[in-house]
Design a protein around this ligand. Structure first.
Ligand SMILES: [Zn+2]
Length: 477
């Protein structure tokens, strides 16, 4: 469309008798304006139009690999619009949707490479708005391997779910060397999470091997997924014509009266894991930062088991590091009811998310990246790594840590505690009282886990108590 506007506007301004240099300048200014208004339009719509649940629709957009001059302009403008924020003059704040994910290719965005300016616009944007999150296409691990081998991009769905490969001809395995994986138009049917500390405590109390109790719960989740595939497969295509009849989903060219079972085989189903830190604490009183070996062995065991289920059932099971927005509190309540309060396990109102180190650990960002990197390739169905930047909007630190994460193959988030005074418009990281005017009427944006959320709006708390307790204790998060 930008190409078309360019052609049309060039003809128009030339017809008006302007010289070639002025024409070029005016045309490019108009196109930049189109992009700005377009992205602002998205931001207004996605952050004001609620769904029937009373929630905003969760939209994630991946971007940043286009090399044409208009593709670059689109990428940079999208980031600049997010960075500058929305709202009244002097009171602008970044919006939360769409979530923006920057697709990082070392050969395009590395130092001296053709899209280094797009990368820099991204770093500047992250330093003000936390987003974009950064997805490595050229480091190590699963997502980069699909890009390097097939040129295929595995975009996260929602905050962090990644699809397992499905091949055009061979299905779960490639039919031959030319077979290609498909990642567009597919989806996940849901995650069921293991309560690992509870499973370990149960095994101890009943004097049974941990793996025996774990197997029982893995089988339980497996059965739930099999039922969900069967249940959804009975739906008629007419329940969502755009998805199932008009090609919205991969293979979605069914007749309205057809059942959707045939296209369910490309959908993934997830086994969620969370509270690995508390599992390790329960095992030997050490945290993931102090040890982590038992948590690693357990996660490896779960991977082997799920791979076996996948081959036996022909379903695309995946392992997902659960974000646990409210589950982080629910799991503690469940645990306390049966096993009481145990130090490091259930003595706080929340458990740690997925394989993350405890938020109170005093770690450098580099230590945290390395500690969590141990679990990276054992959670391919959903994961994110992030580090907190206590320093004030420090571009240098953000740039070098993002590059480090990209070399490792991570999906990396930049964590700041953004705070805005709703009275005078002052903004500062991590403030609870405005230093300029003394107001407590603040809006704060924190990372929930894989996505950002308002923790306060005009002074009032927005999140559940367990999550607020976690946010209050964050050090190296
Ligand atoms: Zn103020």
């Amino acid at each position: 469309y930008a190409e078309r506007s360019y052609k049309m506007l060039t003809e128009k301004y030339t017809r008006l008798g302007l010289d070639a240099d002025t024409v070029e300048k005016e045309v490019m200014a108009d196109i930049l304006n189109d992009f700005e208004q377009g992205f602002q339009g998205w931001e207004y719509k996605f952050n004001t139009v609620a769904s029937s649940r009373g929630d905003y629709p969760f939209i994630t957009m991946t971007m940043g690999t286009g090399t044409g001059r208009f593709a670059k302009l689109a990428s940079i403008t999208m980031l600049n619009v997010r960075r500058k924020g929305q709202g009244k003059k002097g009171q602008k704040k970044p919006v939360l949707f769409p979530k923006i994910v920057f697709l990082y290719d070392e050969n395009l965005h590395g130092p001296g490479k053709p899209l280094e300016d797009v990368f820099e616009a991204g770093i500047l944007c992250s330093s003000r708005a936390m987003y974009p999150d950064w997805l490595s296409l050229t480091g190590e691990g699963y997502v980069p391997s699909m890009y390097k081998k097939y040129g295929a991009i595995v975009s996260p769905m929602g905050c962090r779910a990644f699809l397992s490969p499905w091949f055009e001809r061979g299905g779960m395995k490639p039919a031959d060397e030319d077979d290609k994986p498909v990642f567009v138009g597919r989806w996940n049917i849901g995650a069921v999470s293991l309560h690992l500390p509870m499973i370990y405590a149960k095994a101890q109390q009943e004097n049974r091997p941990f793996h025996e109790v774990l197997d029982y719960y893995l089988e339980l989740i497996r059965k739930l997924h099999i039922r969900t595939y069967a249940y959804l497969g009975e739906m008629r295509a007419s329940t969502n014509p755009l998805a199932y009849c008009e090609g919205g989903f991969y293979g979605g060219h069914l007749k309205p009266s057809d059942k959707i079972k045939p296209i369910m085989k490309t959908a993934t189903a997830s086994f969620g894991i969370t509270a690995l830190n508390e599992l390790q604490e329960l095992y030997n009183g050490k945290s993931l930062a102090e040890d982590g070996q038992f948590a690693l062995e357990t996660l490896q065991y779960i991977n082997d088991k799920v791979e076996q289920f996948k081959n036996e059932d022909g379903n695309l099971y995946a392992i997902y590091g659960t974000p646990a927005e409210s589950l982080c509190g629910l799991q503690v309540e469940q645990f306390r009811k049966k096993y009481g309060i145990i130090e490091g396990v259930s003595d706080r109102p929340y458990v740690s998310n997925s394989f993350h180190c405890h938020v109170t650990e005093d770690l450098t960002p580099i230590q945290k990246q390395d500690l969590e990197g141990r679990f990276w390739n054992l959670c391919n169905g959903g994961k994110i790594q992030y580090v907190k930047y206590p320093i004030d909007y420090n571009h240098e630190a953000i740039r070098s840590l993002v590059r480090r994460a990209m070399a490792k193959g991570f999906y990396e988030g930049v964590n700041l505690s953004l705070a805005y005074c709703d009275d005078c418009g002052h903004e500062e990281l991590s403030m609870d009282v405005c230093p300029k005017c003394g107001s407590r009427n603040l809006t704060k944006i924190e990372r929930m886990n894989g996505y950002l959320s308002y923790s306060r709006v005009k002074g009032d708390t927005r999140l559940n108590d367990a999550k607020m307790a976690e946010i209050a204790e964050r050090k190296s998060m």
